[in-house]
Design a protein around this ligand. Sequence first.
Ligand code: GDP
Ligand code: ZN
Length: 459
Amino acid sequence: MELDTIAAISTPMGEGAIAIVRLSGDKAIDIADKIYKGSKSLKQVDSHTIHYGHLTNPTTGETVEEVMVSVMKGPKTFTREDVVEINCHGGLVSVNRVLQLVLSNGAKLAEPGEFTKRAFLNGRIDLSQAEAVMDLIRAKTDRAMNVALGQMEGRLSRLIRKLRQEILETLAHVEVNIDYPEYDDVEEMTHKMFIEKAASVKKELEHLLQTSQQGKILREGLSTVIIGRPNVGKSSLLNSLVHENKAIVTDIPGTTRDVIEEYVNVRGVPLRLLDTAGIRETEDIVERIGVERSRAVLREADLILLVLNYSDELTDEDLNLFKAVEGMDVIVIVNKTDLPRKIDLERVREAAKQHKVVTTSLLEDQGVDDLEEAISSLFFAGSLEAGDMTYVSNSRHIALLGQAKQAIEDAIDAIEMGTPIDLVQIDFTRAWELLGEIIGDSVHESLIDQLFSQFCLGK
Ligand code: GDP
Ligand code: ZN
């Protein structure tokens, strides 16, 4: 099957001084050459070189743009096809003119994610790597970026392949035992082997799943809600977190959001604070909408920042807040230490139980460092090292890993109940297939289409 030559604007809209229109496919160089005027025909240039020239409309002869054109011949390209990148001026009008010119000369407008899809279809990357490209586009902190990069380099894929290989070898081994029973106790032998293998695969799957919570947070941000009585300093806290930390740019072309969120990067931990539409309306949430409903909202949060007033006594209202967030990750902030103390800190520590208590004066900019330290140590407790960890952050991967683990557990149960070996083999095979879906070895066309349509146009 011959694929069309596709084209799209591959830089964000309206940003930067340069924009790139990218073409990929058999006719990429032909099409570009039809509209390009430079010192040489693009058909005669070496691969992976860049050329200055002008684009002209071949029907009118009119000059459209001043450009730099990169020519990259497959298979050493992202898509493994011939790729041409036309660098032009960044304005919306000029980049659109270039795109229109390319389309009217034989290219087809790329669907969202189609470049990455081609890379996948042409065997350049596997599915988990393709998904990592998407994560990269959305990565909100350096750490999240590293996770996505690691995945793109195939760290997760390698681990999955290794597990599948182990499962396959066990299945093969058992098959041989059954076909060539040299001992009388073949049945017992294979059971023992299954149990051992199943236990070790299960352990590795569990380990991968454990990393998924961190991975998800790295990708999506730690959803953070600030609570406290009126006037304790919640807005001040929000402001100082936003101002002291690099706000993370989240404008992703091609996505729409109902709620505007504010992301800040606190020592590598992305916090997702709801913006005006969110936090500023819900900050006094407990008094505003009553305890029952607010509890439901609070349960969705990953982290609660509970603010108390140092210069006021601990009230029943404060204690109710502690109750409302029982069982959650909480950091207690006692604010306004620049004023005379009225709060009983001993009682605060009692109410806080295992949670960290930090004292601050947001007015005098004191204690914010301690708070940031508390946030980062809460998140990175258990000394997770981003560098050499394989975080699983993609919800599709997490679901598949969970199902594979279930299949392995079913196998263990079956063996323990003395089930015939061929039934146990079925569970093992199922685990093998599920893991295959993560790297795209056994997925159907429709799933692939759906996955790639989530990409931004031009990636
Ligand atoms: P919220 O109602 O909980 O959001 O509290 P705000 O952040 O709006 O703060 C209420 C008042 O307390 C404002 O006048 C702040 O300037 C003041 N405030 C906030 N933090 C401090 C602090 O650490 N020390 C003192 N003295 N005043 C503070
Ligand atoms: Zn406020």
